[in-house]
Design a binder for this molecule. Structure first.
Ligand SMILES: NC(=O)C1=CN([C@@H]2O[C@H](COP(=O)(O)OP(=O)(O)OC[C@H]3O[C@@H](n4cnc5c(N)ncnc54)[C@H](OP(=O)(O)O)[C@@H]3O)[C@@H](O)[C@H]2O)C=CC1
Ligand SMILES: O=C(O)[C@@H]1CCC=N1
Length: 266
């Protein structure tokens, strides 16, 4: 176990998921984790994990050597103003806030503060996140710690900050895109005979299997698709119909639209 104390400021969907994943991982004891939010009801649920809860962000940040900010982009400036007094060159600031760059964070938090931008997804609660990590110039002594922390909650990749917007789209938004595929496939499954619950189980486990086929072999998806498509068969008939209706094109355009939203100048 590590002996650094960790504070999470803002424990909604993502901050809460990180708190849950962190406790499950055992990377630090729950008693070394502080969470802060303005909603008592949110804090009450997380208190059951054994973490300390705060409505005062500064108090929570003072207790920790690692401060993770997980508020909406339009709240980050106010929060960093509040906790600035608790940050120092010896501590670590981690922002999961999408669309707020390293320079802006340094301007708000202080240029001597070691800052990491980290982009996880909500599967972090199950320790199955894909988390992208980029760091500013002051972080060298802390990088192994931060990478190890997020490796305990899934897989990590280190990326240059320029790719952070793309990482947000592919990994963080990606959870929602994948779930929409599952929902649509389920709806088809119900129309051809399954009850909703069974359709969901069959689809979700099938997607998990498809994912493992790629992760365990490193194969290109088409190589595995070729193994399923009998000439003149059922699969290719369905796949071609999906493509005629714009399946791949709509996904690619959706990814690009999300990217345009987060990186509008590109
Ligand atoms: N959701 C996702 O999948 C991902 C989100 N992100 C990023 O994570 C950040 C958080 O997103 P998400 O978790 O979805 O948002 P949520 O709104 O679910 O969570 C933010 C939490 O912070 C609270 N909060 C707001 N202001 C303060 C404050 N001043 N002090 C303390 N707590 C405060 C909010 O309370 P209240 O509800 O009252 O506003 C809420 O509980 C965003 O910047 C987003 O871009 C990154 C990757 C994935
Ligand atoms: O939708 C959003 O804007 C945020 C960024 C990544 C996931 N949720």
């Amino acid at each position: 176990m590590n002996n650094k104390k960790i504070a999470i400021i803002g424990v909604g969907n993502m901050g809460g998921a990180i708190a849950i994943g962190l406790v499950k991982s055992g990377f630090v004891p729950a008693s070394d984790i502080s969470v802060s939010d303005r909603k008592e009801s949110t804090l009450a649920k997380l208190a059951e994990l054994g973490v300390s809860t705060f409505t005062d962000n500064l108090e929570a940040a003072k207790k920790a050597e690692v401060v993770i900010v997980a508020v909406k982009p339009y709240h980050i400036e106010g929060v960093l103003k509040e906790i600035k007094g608790a940050l120092s060159a010896e501590k670590i600031l981690i922002s999961i806030v999408s669309g707020v760059g390293m320079n802006e964070l340094a301007e708000m938090a202080g240029t001597d503060i070691p800052i990491f931008r980290v982009m996880p997804n909500t599967a972090i609660a199950l320790r199955e996140s894909l988390t992208c990590i980029s760091a500013n110039g002051n972080t060298a002594p802390h990088k192994d710690f931060v990478v190890e922390m997020f490796n305990n909650m899934g897989k990590t990749v280190e990326i240059p900050e320029e790719l952070m917007a793309a990482a947000t789209v592919l990994s963080s938004c990606g959870i929602a895109y994948a779930l929409r595929y599952i929902r649509a496939a389920m709806q088809g499954g119900i129309e051809i005979g399954f009850g909703a619950e069974m359709a969901q189980f069959i689809t979700a486990q099938t997607v998990k299997g498809a994912t493992e086929l790629l992760l365990q072999s490193g194969h290109h998806p088409e190589r595995e698709i070729d193994k399923v498509t009998t000439p003149m068969g059922v699969t290719i008939t369905g796949l071609n119909e999906m493509e005629h209706k714009g399946f791949s094109a709509s996904l690619i355009q959706g990814v690009l639209a999300s990217y345009k939203k987060i990186a509008p100048t590109k």
